[in-house]
Design a binder for this molecule. Sequence first.
Ligand SMILES: Cc1ncc(COP(=O)(O)O)c(C=O)c1O
Length: 374
Amino acid sequence: MNFFDVYPRWQIEPVRAQGCKIYDKNGVEYLDFYGGHAVISIGHSHPYYVDALTSQLKRIGFYSNAVLNSLQNEYAEKLGALSGYPDYSLFMVNSGAEANENALKLASFHNSRKKVIAFRNTFHGRTAAAVQTTDNEKYKAPINENMDVVFFPLNDIEPVRKTLLRGDVSSVIIEGIQGVGGIRVPEPSFLQELSRCCEETGTVLILDEIQSGYGRSGRFFAHQYAAIRPDIITIAKGMGNGFPVSGMLVAPKFQAVHGQLGTTFGGNHLACAAAIAVADVIKAENLVENAAKVGAFLMKELKKLQPVKEVRGHGLMIGVEFAEPIKSMRDKLLFEEKVFTGATGTHVFRLLPPLSVTMAEAEEFLKRFRKIKD
Ligand SMILES: Cc1ncc(COP(=O)(O)O)c(C=O)c1O
């Protein structure tokens, strides 16, 4: 059987990884400034994480949500303390799209409304409701056509306010920092006004922190730069450091109703062991602070480079925009300089290294990055 060919792929096969380094099957070492698409948070194959997962697997790897699993409570408690949301509740699922799907549904159960507001260039996933709030028609199949979603430009509050005042919007969904959309940071004043309008009109504010959360921005959540408290926050990617796990943090005002939400795999023993290990390492190694420090250094240095057009982002979620397409530079970086990077669109590098990246690795990255531009 062949693999269904929906991804373009580099002809490289990683077989081992450690910290911020990846090794292919020929033993070639790469610097990982892509983080497996913002997934690697505490670094590849962290020994504490490997021990936690292997010892959990030896005890019990999975049982259904029909029975108690105190690992879920242990994780919720740790996440509450780490994120600054100890009074919120946690619901766990398996992927980013699924987290947003549940968030949009919970909002609609809560206020019995249907309309959703999303933003231009945003990406929220590929499941039924999540893909409808994603601003890319290519991802939508004819069966996805029924939801009532309106898109507005980011950072322009007036049209959003006008629509919200009609009182029929169930939720507004917005990324903490737009990732796929080009590393676009919402202005704090825009988020604050949005939050106020949602509250006044009984609209649920959903912050998609799937890419920008979990310390990547240099705060636990990117929206914390604006000091707002959304109604629902969705998380995935860095949460499991590669183990497929996601979830949503739900404000106290939501009522939990048996049967409204459910999942077979969500919050299983292995997923919880992974998420607990990641939370422990983030705290013990001060990785949020490290992301802020190394990210600020990288951004400062990248801004000095010619002919970089713009450097955007926070922490270790950095967009480097060029006036010309970056494909050949990115290929050179990968195949000649042995550095993985992300990209968005045709002109923007997207740097998403593990949160554990060191200053020495950041210097090494800059050295190799300067070379490909010469
Ligand atoms: C902001 C954001 N939301 C949702 C998703 C979807 O996550 P997943 O691919 O795990 O379904 C992504 C994935 O890149 C994302 O960046």
